[in-house]
Design a protein around this ligand. Structure first.
Ligand SMILES: [Mg+2]
Length: 266
């Protein structure tokens, strides 16, 4: 029997992650879901320039082994990029905020998307980029991202450009992240991706643990609260999560210590 370790964060004040009793987690009874950028990898100006420390990749491999494969990445990036950054791991992954998903058995599922509407949006945003140096447009399957990290003062102009581009396309959804705005064709969210994983082996029947750093992770924090889930917010900002890690670095070392504890106790 697992003690109830999750708590309601009604007041919006998460507990420090150090207060989470790791001994209450059992490797064969927990399903670990992790965001990528800002959670495993430090945020970088250029999204292509991020790296995950070797020790963290090893911790993920150890956790994958000892949990019987119940470790998945849930990210805004395409699956192929995560495979590259986490090489040689080949974890279950939900990519593009749940538009594409690779299950633990390797099978791929994807949500149908309106590529024509996305093309229109891309044209509009590329014109905006051409007028504003430092703006970066990223094309993904099922989504377009506008990065303004190098021009933070253009936040409101970027939002206006995105709203103009999306106006009239009912199937498109806007997600505001950290210095990035994503336009997604299709309704999947990270919460949907978690729910889909939790219906499949080896995740099903386990207690979900989800860690993320961005506003796009909040719906998943809320979704798992009903399943006695353990939600962990990385870094500052208002959150529905029950626990908070101060930084990406401190969360990575917590993951490492979780792997060590699981190995000692089993
Ligand atoms: Mg993130």
């Amino acid at each position: 029997m697992i003690p109830l370790i999750s708590r309601n964060n009604m007041a919006g004040t998460p507990e420090p992650l150090a207060k989470l009793d790791k001994n209450a987690l059992h490797p064969l009874e927990v399903a670990i879901f992790l965001d990528f950028d800002g959670t495993l990898a430090d945020i970088a100006e250029d999204p292509a320039a991020v790296a995950v420390p070797r020790q963290t990749i090893e911790a993920l491999a150890r956790l994958e082994k000892i949990t019987g494969g119940a470790v998945a990445i849930v990210t805004g990036r395409p699956i192929s990029e995560i495979d590259y950054f986490l090489f040689p791991l080949n974890l279950p992954i939900a990519g593009v905020h749940g538009l594409e998903r690779r299950g633990a058995d390797g099978s791929m599922t994807s949500v149908p998307t309106d590529e024509k509407a996305l093309e229109y949006v891309a044209d509009h945003l590329e014109r905006f980029r051409d007028r504003n140096e430092g703006i970066f447009i990223e094309h993904k399957q099922g989504s377009i991202a506008l990065h303004y990290r190098k021009r933070p003062e253009l936040e409101s102009a970027s939002k206006t450009a995105v709203h103009e581009a999306v106006n009239g396309h009912a199937g498109l959804h806007i997600l505001n992240g950290k210095k990035v705005i994503e336009i997604k064709a299709g309704k999947a969210t990270k919460a949907d991706a978690l729910k889909a994983f939790l219906k499949e082996h080896p995740f099903t029947g386990r207690i979900p643990l989800f860690a993320g750093d961005d506003v796009t992770d909040e719906d998943a924090f809320v979704a798992i609260a009903g399943d006695r889930g353990v939600s962990i917010k990385i870094g500052d900002g208002k959150t529905a999560a029950a626990y908070r890690a101060d930084s990406t670095e401190s969360f990575r070392s917590w993951l490492d210590s979780l792997a060590g504890m699981f190995e000692r106790n089993n």
